[in-house]
Every structure is written in structure tokens, then in C-alpha cells.
Design a protein around this ligand. Structure first.
Ligand SMILES: Nc1nc2c(ncn2[C@@H]2O[C@H](COP(=O)(O)OP(=O)(O)OP(=O)(O)O)[C@@H](O)[C@H]2O)c(=O)[nH]1
Ligand SMILES: [Mg+2]
Length: 562
């Protein structure tokens, strides 16, 4: 933070500040040529990030929400306190409001005002004149831009203004721009149809992913199996025992080996993960997710969530970890509920395909529809998450008069291929570099444990406990492993068909218990880092308690229904 003073003559450090989602990261990205977030998702920057270009360092900050108690707003205000030169970003469509909110925070500092979203203002010369009047009144240059397509002229004007920055003279201006441009309302803003559309759009990614991944798996499975089956035969026939142990180990009917489990992961999990990342990426980058949030806001309030938290819970379906981190931009009164909702109800992209794989394997064996079983799982997960939140959220977060949590709707725009590619490539990288190695480890550990007999012992020990849930003793291991890593759930299914014979109701109970009992280890550690150990242990214990309760209901109630 001290660079300004440490290298005064060589590097100029410029703090980029402004309200949420006004285009700060986009502007820094255009100015430096470095890629930054391209998501139309409010509060997408959650840490202070530095970008270098030539002799200038831009410090991108999270959006400031006036009258907010969010962690991210505090970070941005702290950063503002530490820097002298400020590039203030305001949005052309709400120019007067933004200036009213932000100028008091930068008075006495030096810098420039960049007016983004200029492409949405079509007032011609009158608008240009208004900008000049505002600039004269404030005492600093105003540069109107489309931050996504920064012209050379705008770039030069910003650079020039930063060379010898002028002082922000006033906390409030007497001059007004006099316009305010709101995004056009659409179907989602309709009083009755809107919430219905929003719910539909919320389940669409899950449905599309299930069907898409299913279709792809149907094509891929025979191909992969035709490679793997001969390989398994060769390994069993002629390879050393210790390689057989990790590659093709059987435990009763149940193959734990890497070759038994690995293809499943590629055929099932990978397409699911990728498809979901792409759909959610498009939702985020287009602004659709925020529109859904606004439409759902009144309906999720009774559960202690704001509409904006719905997006975070959805992000959790990709991976819980970034979703938990993104709760930094929640109002502090809803942060607890948002984290609870993610830890409890967001089936991450390893949990979801594993769960669906187990359910459809069971459905095939039991002669029921796999789509129905999947929907039953998602429905029960949704309902129990809402009950859990209703019973555990703070009264303050449920208060409908709490304005800290009210969202506003953004402009919609087409997602760029670059934005989609960022989502997809990040997910692929994460899958190959983080998920695969851990999965291999889980397989190896399970094989070794099975070999030395620990598995039998543990199953014997936990067997009676599993009986409480009407589950066979072998389901203990997947449930325990799923608390380390959600793809442990895969152990409930083998390569072609259920690894453990289960009825439909038992399969539902098993995947539910394994999925919800605890969040995965990395998520738990992230929650601890974000909120401290004590409150994390409380949250986890509470979650485990409710998970047991809901699983019991599912186990004994489900028998009657399914
Ligand atoms: N039409 C238009 N869209 C813009 C402009 N600037 C940014 N955007 C879009 O607005 C969205 C939000 O931009 P970001 O750069 O993430 O905004 P931010 O201020 O960094 O947001 P936070 O970090 O969440 O506070 C993105 O989808 C951008 O592509 C602009 O000048 N015109
Ligand atoms: Mg940003």
C-alpha cells in the first residue's frame, strides 16, 4: 500500500473506486490490457487487486455501497484512506446519484472522474455540455467512456489527467446532469409472470445440465468402457498385486479401483461441470442472474436471504469455495444466512453429477425414472434448505424493512465469448488440477483401506448408525468420505450400476446424507478463514444436526412415497 511513497518518481499508484458494478474492473482491464472480471454480477470484485501497466499501477477495489456494512465496502474505504490519487468511476446512467454518494468520500484527494456506460446516454451535445459543467464545478476532469471499448482519445485524456492530478474540491455539486436512465423492464419485472420466470430460469441450468450431461454420457460411456474393460482384464491378469490393488481393487461387488471409478468421473462429472460453468457464466455475464435476484428478492426475504444471495447460492453449485468468498459483499446481517445456504443447499459440481449418477444407476436397477428421482432429490434439497434457513437465520436478516439488502436491476447485455471462455477455462483447470488429483487420492485410500480391512471394521462400527437411516453398512464410507470431498458420493455407484444394492428411497437418503451432513473440507476451511473457527464449528454442528433430522424424515417417509 505504500508504493506511492516508496517509488514516487517511477510508479504512479492510482486507486480505482466507485459504486458496485459501475465498470471499475472493466475499465482497469481496458486501460492495462490485463483481463479482469467480465461478469455483470454485482459485487464480483471481492478483494483489492493490483494491475500494472508501464509506469502506472491501478488498484482495483470492490464496489462501495453507501450505507452498507459489507466487508467489501469496508475494504474499499480502507484502501481509499491509504491512497492519494483516485480514479473515481461513476455510471453515466445514474450520474447525479453516483456523484452525490461518492464525492464526499474523495474530497481533498487528487484525480479524475471517469463516467462509464456513456454508450447508454444518447443526449448528444447537451450531454457533453453537462459533463463539462460538472467538471468545472467539481474542479477535476470528467472523461465519459464506454469502458468495454475504450477509445485511444479517452485513454489519452485519462493518462493526461493522471499526470498532474487536480484536487477534488467539493463533496457536493450545485450542478446536476439532470438525467437518470433505468434499464428497460422486461418479463422478469412483471408482477405475476416475473417470479415464475425467475424460478424457471433458476432451475433451467440444473435441468439443462442434467439432460445435456446425460445425453453426452450415453454417447461417451460405451466408448470409454470399450477402452477400460480390456485394460481392467489385462491388469487383473498380469500386473503386480499392488497395482491391481489401486487400479482394479474389488471389495465384494464393489470396485474401488481407479480404473473402476475414474472413467465414471470423466464421463459424468466432467461434462456436468463444464456445462454448468458455461450456463452460469452466461447468466452472470449477461446480467440475467441479477434480474432473477431482483424478481426473487421478496420471496427469499422470509428466509433471511436477499435476492442477491440467491446468485451466490447458485454460484455454489459450481464450487462452494468462491461462493463463500463472494459473501464478503453481503450485508453483514445476511452473510450468515448466505453462508449457511451455500454450505447446506449448494450441491457443488462434484456433488451434483455424483448424486445424479448414483440416482440414475439406482433408477435403472429399480425400474423407475431417473429424472423423477433427480427432481425429487433437488426438490427435497430446496425445501429442507429453506426450512433450515427459516429456523436458523437472524431476525434482522428477515426484516423486510432492512434496506441494506435491497438489490437493484442492472442493464442486460450479451455475454462476450471472452467472458464465457474465462468461466469455462477456469473450471476446466480447477477440475484437472484440483479435483482429479484428490479423486485419485480418494480412490487409492479407499482401496488400501479396503485391503487392510479398515473398511470392514468401520462399516461394522458405523453399520448400526446407518441402520438408523435404513441404509446398509457399506454406505458409511461414502458418507464419511463425502465430508472430505463431495465426489466421495461416487463410491455409492460402480461403473455400470449401483455399487451397493439400494432401493430408490435408500439411494435418495444416502446421497442426501452424504451431500448435506457436512460441507466438503475445503469449504469448511474457507468458512473458518472468512468467519473464524468458533462460529464455523457452530454452523457445522448445526448443519450436521439438521442434516441427520432431514435424512431420518427422508429415510422413513421416503419409503412410503417412492
Ligand atoms: N454498456 C456498458 N457496459 C459496461 C461498461 N463498463 C462496464 N460494463 C459492464 O458492466 C459489468 C460490470 O462491470 P465490472 O467492471 O465488473 O464492474 P465493477 O465496478 O468492477 O463491479 P464490482 O467489482 O462488482 O463492484 C460488466 O458486465 C461490464 O462488461 C460501459 O461503459 N458500458
Ligand atoms: Mg470489479
Amino acid at each position: 500500500m505504500q508504493q506511492t511513497r516508496a517509488e514516487p518518481s517511477t510508479t504512479l499508484t492510482v486507486l480505482v473506486a466507485g459504486r458496485e458494478s459501475v465498470g471499475k474492473s472493466q475499465l482497469v482491464s481496458s486501460l492495462t490490457g490485463r483481463s479482469a472480471g467480465e461478469s455483470n454480477f454485482r459485487g464480483s470484485t471481492v478483494t483489492v487487486e493490483r494491475y500494472r501497466s508501464d509506469d502506472t499501477e491501478f488498484v482495483d477495489t470492490p464496489g462501495i455501497l453507501r450505507k452498507s456494512d459489507a466487508e467489501t465496502t469496508r475494504m474499499a474505504l480502507d484502501a481509499l484512506g491509504e491512497h492519494e490519487v483516485v480514479l473515481l468511476v461513476v455510471q453515466a446512467t445514474s450520474l447525479d446519484q453516483d456523484l452525490d454518494d461518492m464525492l464526499p468520500l474523495v474530497t481533498g484527494k487528487r484525480g479524475v472522474v471517469v463516467v462509464t456506460y456513456w454508450d447508454k446516454v444518447q443526449l448528444g451535445e447537451a450531454a457533453q455540455e453537462a459533463i463539462e459543467r460538472l467538471s468545472a464545478d467539481a474542479g477535476v476532469p470528467f472523461v465519459p467512456v464506454d469502458a468495454r471499448r475504450l477509445s485511444d482519445e479517452s485513454r489519452a485524456r485519462i493518462a493526461e489527467a493522471l499526470e498532474e492530478p487536480r484536487t477534488f474540491q467539493k463533496g457536493s455539486l450545485t450542478t446536476r446532469a439532470g438525467w437518470r436512465i433505468e434499464p428497460k423492464p422486461g418479463l422478469l419485472e412483471h408482477r405475476v409472470v416475473g417470479p415464475l420466470c425467475a424460478v424457471l430460469l433458476m432451475v433451467l441450468p440444473a435441468l439443462a445440465t442434467i439432460y445435456g450431461a446425460n445425453a453426452l454420457a450415453d454417447v461417451l460411456h460405451p466408448i470409454v468402457a470399450s477402452w477400460v474393460d480390456p485394460l481392467i482384464a489385462t491388469v487383473n491378469a498380469s500386473w503386480p498385486w499392488w497395482l491391481q490393488l489401486v487400479l482394479t481393487a474389488q471389495h465384494g461387488e464393489f470396485g474401488y479401483g481407479l480404473l473402476n471409478m475414474g472413467p465414471f468421473l470423466l464421463v459424468w462429472a466432467f461434462p456436468t461441470v463444464l456445462l454448468f460453468a458455461l450456463i452460469l457464466g452466461a447468466y452472470k455475464a449477461s446480467g440475467l442472474i441479477e434480474r432473477i435476484n431482483v424478481a426473487l428478492h421478496p420471496f427469499v426475504r422470509p428466509f433471511g436471504l436477499s435476492g442477491r444471495d440467491v446468485a451466490r447460492v447458485m454460484m455454489g453449485f459450481g464450487c462452494n469455495v468462491p461462493a463463500v468468498i463472494s459473501t464478503r459483499s453481503c450485508s453483514s446481517c445476511s452473510r450468515g444466512s448466505a453462508i449457511s445456504a451455500i454450505a447446506f443447499g449448494s450441491a457443488c459440481s462434484y456433488q451434483l453429477p455424483a448424486t445424479l449418477a448414483v440416482l440414475s444407476a439406482t433408477a435403472v436397477a429399480a425400474g423407475t425414472s431417473s429424472a423423477m428421482l433427480s427432481m425429487a432429490f433437488l426438490g427435497y434439497l430446496l425445501v429442507t434448505t429453506l426450512v433450515y434457513l427459516r429456523l436458523t437465520s437472524a431476525a434482522e436478516a428477515r426484516n423486510s424493512l432492512n434496506v441494506l439488502m435491497t438489490p437493484s436491476r442492472p442493464f442486460m447485455q450479451w455475454p462476450t465469448p471472452a467472458a464465457l471462455w474465462r468461466e469455462a477455462s477456469g473450471t476446466i483447470r480447477q477440475f484437472l488440477l484440483q479435483a482429479m488429483p484428490v479423486f485419485v487420492l480418494i480412490c487409492v485410500v479407499a482401496s488400501v483401506l479396503a485391503y487392510v480391512g479398515v473398511l470392514d471394521a468401520a462399516s461394522g462400527l458405523l453399520g448400526p448408525v446407518m441402520q438408523l437411516f435404513d441404509l446398509p453398512a457399506q454406505t458409511a464410507l461414502p458418507v464419511v468420505l463425502a465430508s472430505v470431498r463431495k465426489d466421495g458420493i461416487f463410491l455409492l455407484a460402480a461403473e455400470d450400476g449401483p455399487g451397493i444394492p439400494l432401493t430408490a428411497a435408500q439411494a435418495l437418503t444416502a446421497v442426501y446424507l452424504a451431500g448435506v451432513l457436512l460441507p466438503c473440507l475445503v469449504t469448511a476451511l474457507t468458512i473458518a478463514r472468512e468467519t473464524g473457527w468458533r462460529s464455523t464449528s457452530k454452523v457445522l454442528l448445526r448443519q450436521a444436526g439438521f442434516a441427520v433430522l432431514f435424512s431420518l424424515v427422508l429415510a422413513w417417509g421416503g419409503r412410503l412415497l417412492v
